[in-house]
Every structure is written in C-alpha cells, then in structure tokens.
Write a protein that binds this ligand. Structure first.
Ligand SMILES: [Zn+2]
Length: 338
C-alpha cells in the first residue's frame, strides 16, 4: 500500500480522517452532484475495506448503519483503512428512488464506462475511486419499496474468502446467490475482492433491529480481518446457508391478507395468507408448497396476479435457523434495556 492513498485526487495519509466529495455529475440547473465519502486511515497498514449504502437510492438502512460505524470510538485504534460511502446513488437518494433519473438500476450497471449512461458513469467512478483501492467490501441493501427482508447475507459461497467473511458477519441466514450481471458484487468478484451484500428491512424506512444487526455484522467483519481489536470478539453465531429459495406468487389480483411475517418457520401445506376481493370474498388461499423460513415479504396488501408475496428459503435444519433468528432478536431487544 502506498504511503499516500488518493481518492478523488485528494491524498489521505496514515493516521488521517477525511471527508471527500466525489464529483459525479450536475443537476439540470448546474448544481454539482457528488458522492460523499469518509476515509479513515489507521496509523498501521492493514486491510482496506469499503462499506457502501444506498446503491439503490431509497435503501437507507445502510446509510444509518454506516453513520453508526463512523461513530465507533474503536476506529481511533483501527489498522488499515475504512472507506465509508453512505450514499452511492445520490440521485436516487434525493428523489426517494431506487433508480437513477433515467430509470436505470445502478446495481446492474457495473463496472461501468466513462462515456456510458449516467448509471454506467457513476458505476465507473465508484469502481475507479473506491473499489480499485480496496481489499474487501460490504454493500448494504434493503428490500425494494413495499418489500421487507429478513436480515440476510448474499454472497458467492464458492469463493473461499467471501465465504469466510459471510460466516464472520454472523447473520444466521445466508443466501448463496448466483452473481447477477452488472452488479457491484460481480465487478468486485472479477477483481478478486471478497465482498458481502447485506440485506435487511424495507426501502425508505429505518428498521432499528436491522440497523443493529448490520452494525454488529460490519464490526465483526472488521475484527475478523484484523482492522479492529479482537479482544471483544463475541462467540461466533451459527450461520446457515440456504440450499434454495423461491418466490411464492399471488395466483390472482385482489387484496392480500397476510398471516405470516419474515423470520417465520413455515411447513409444507401451511396457509400463509388469503387473497380476497374488495368485499372480503375469498379468491383463494396462499399455501406454502414447501418447508422453510420467510426471508422476504410483500407489505402492500394490493396485489396483481403474479406479484411475489413471500420469499421462502429452504435449509437442512429449518427449526435451528428459526431458533437462532429468535435468539438474535432477543439479544437486540435486551440490549435496549441494558
Ligand atoms: Zn438494493
């Protein structure tokens, strides 16, 4: 690692903490639009970790997780470098939108090009100024608008170092998701940078439980790779990898009456909800075709035929997964009263 790290042309020396504005574009009226970045360099060399939020501009739990990481006193004794990017999609963030103004999805636009679409240009700047400088990464997401996700890690578990990070993050549910074309995860993988994607909660909301779990997960990864002191390393929680996951869709249009929430253990043949018309007449029950854990749910009761209602993940030991989820929730609940 060079003695001087440069981001957006700004040098950051060992032991320095700096806020940088990465210029990306202008608004219609010429107002500068830039990605805010905070860089913290320890006095000693070590890993270089980026933590990013709001790549989908309306997914703001990650923004809050990052702001809480930045308040940790332990950062004063940190080894290596933390590059914190609480809002990557600054356009979407300001418009309360997942997308860029051209309706493109930034997380399908990586690695991007200098002369491509607006999304592609933002992706290219993020790769060049942030990812290229890093040895590890964590990207923070939530469910899309009207969708709530159980806190979970999505990672390429065929990559040894990534798998190790996923276990260290300590969230019980890990989805071994195949990498999607154009995602930041795919671009990082191509550069052989181990990267996790954390999902939890829903768009445009702060979810305290999810924020706590995400915060603890990020700090745990920082301890495990030697950035933070391992003195306080808690006993590692058990982590379960889903062997498959499926969306359960509404057969018809109507009003969705939900009977189950994220985190619930469901059995094969169990009734999960009902679709009715506006008079309350049943149009059909929603029956689970398999056993599993609900890892994602639709919050909006108005549905069209084909809309995804529940995301269900299957595990070898579903009961144990649910028990671990409950334990974590209780620990968090307890910590509010300590
Ligand atoms: Zn997202």
């Amino acid at each position: 690692m060079a003695a001087v790290l440069k981001i957006g042309g700004i040098p950051i020396k060992k032991g320095e903490r700096k806020k940088i504005q990465l210029s990306v574009s202008n608004l219609y009226d010429g107002t500068d639009l830039s990605i805010p970045v905070e860089v913290i360099r320890g006095k000693e060399d070590g890993p270089i970790l980026f933590i990013s939020g709001a790549i989908h501009g309306d997914e703001i739990n990650g923004t809050e997780i990052i702001s809480r990481i930045l308040k940790q006193r332990s950062l004063k004794r940190m080894k290596g470098t933390l590059i914190a990017v609480p809002v990557v999609n600054v356009f979407g963030f300001n418009m309360l939108s997942r997308y860029l103004p051209d309706r493109r999805d930034l997380n399908r636009s990586f690695p991007g090009t200098e002369n491509g679409s607006l999304a592609s240009r933002v992706a290219q700047i993020f790769m060049k100024e942030i990812v290229k400088n890093c040895t590890h990464g964590i990207d923070l997401h939530t469910g899309a608008v009207h969708r709530n996700n159980l806190p979970q890690i999505r990672a390429d578990m065929s990559h040894t170092e990534t798998k190790q990070l996923a276990f260290e993050f300590g969230v019980p549910v890990v989805l071994n998701s195949s990498i999607r074309d154009g995602s930041l995860r795919e671009a990082a993988r191509r550069k052989n940078i181990p990267m996790l994607l954390f999902e939890g909660g829903e768009a445009l909301r702060f979810d305290e439980k999810v924020i706590q779990i995400g915060l603890q997960g990020c700090l745990s990864v920082m301890r495990s790779i030697g950035m933070l002191s391992k003195k306080k390393l808690a006993e590692r929680r058990e982590v379960f990898i889903a062997w498959s996951s499926h969306w359960l869709r509404s057969p018809v249009s109507g009003l969705f009456r939900k009977l189950k929430e994220v985190g619930a253990h469901i059995k094969e043949g169990e009734k999960l909800g009902q679709i009715t018309d506006q008079f309350g007449k049943s149009l059909g029950d929603i029956i689970s075709p398999y056993e599993g854990i609900i890892v994602g749910e639709l919050k909006l009761p108005l549905v069209n035929g084909g809309d995804a209602l529940y995301h269900i993940a299957s595990f070898h030991n579903t009961r144990k997964v649910q028990k671990t989820i409950k334990q974590i929730e209780e620990e968090i609940f307890q910590s509010f009263y300590d």
